[in-house]
Design a protein around this ligand. Structure first.
Ligand code: ZN
Length: 283
């Protein structure tokens, strides 16, 4: 699927394959020498990935890493991390109007109603027309995004052994910015994440039935309406109807529904939100 998407990528499309790396624990040079690590180590977040786009018929790739002192990995945080990447594309690759996101399967951080909602809102807000989000099967797809996280951590560890102290996200960012590297780095402040939290109310977003079986989300021109299917497809232009593409309104007003349908939704919503509630409602 990933391969098909890459091979058929047009000049106005790009791919973003992203993943949260495991949080980095702050280190100082003395601690490394003493091999002593306290239990209450300060840690920070690394969101990493690779973007692919076409330039004069050839596939180009660029790696990125966003660094934040805020360890929220919920939907609004995801989009705070993605925003500078999308702004970069908007500014430097001006013919791109479609973004295909890819992420690894088992995790609930990307495959959940809050992220679907943010996708449908943010992609348009940042000046793109169309987007898809494809979820890899659990065993598949690890690599590109994961590899960047590993490379960034090795760079930081090496700097520590050479005497640098990585005491927080800011110092890590400063150190990484000064490295000769092909990776693009951006710093995501608490404020960046809090601003999105304030601007997007995720309470009451209606979950997509059987969310955990979904392998592809496609945004539409209609506000709050997404399409989804259990098997991803890139056979031709976006929105092919293969594999039983279905439609879902993330904000459908409840009074329009029949009473028992209403109850069913509510029950499903409760079930699906269990795992994600903690991250969404972190205000
Ligand atoms: Zn198709």
């Amino acid at each position: 699927m990933y391969k098909t998407c890459k091979e058929t990528l047009t000049d106005n499309e790009c791919i973003i394959h992203c993943d949260f790396s495991e949080n980095y624990l702050c280190k100082s040079n003395e601690e490394v020498q003493a091999t002593h690590f306290g239990a209450s180590k300060q840690q920070f977040t690394l969101h990493t990935g690779v973007m692919y786009y076409k330039n004069e018929q050839t596939l180009q790739e660029k790696s990125f890493c966003t660094i934040s002192p805020n360890n929220n990995h919920g939907p609004t945080a995801i989009w705070a991390h993605l925003t500078p990447i999308l702004e970069y594309i908007r500014e430097t690759l001006t013919n791109i109007n479609t973004v295909h996101f890819f992420s690894d399967g088992p995790t609930t951080q990307y495959r959940q109603k809050g992220n679907f909602y943010m996708l449908s809102e943010m992609v348009k807000k940042l000046g793109f027309q169309k987007s898809t989000w494809t979820f890899f099967e659990s065993a598949h797809g690890k690599g590109a995004a994961d590899g960047i996280g590993g490379a960034v951590k090795r760079t930081l560890d090496k700097k520590v052994t050479y005497g640098e102290d990585i005491v927080n996200a800011q110092s890590a960012y400063d150190v990484l910015q000064n490295c000769q590297s092909k990776i693009m780095y951006f710093y995501i402040s608490d404020e960046d994440i809090n601003t999105l939290e304030q601007n997007f109310d995720l309470t009451g977003v209606i979950p997509v039935p059987q969310t955990m079986d979904i392998h592809q989300i496609i945004t539409t021109d209609q506000e709050h309406v997404i399409k989804y299917r259990k098997i991803a497809c890139f056979c031709r232009e976006l929105l092919c109807e293969c594999f039983g593409l279905q439609e879902h309104n993330l904000r459908l007003k409840k009074q329009k529904r029949k009473h028992d349908e209403d109850k069913k939704e509510h029950h499903q919503e409760k079930m699906y939100s269990k795992t994600t509630e903690a991250t969404i409602k972190r205000r």
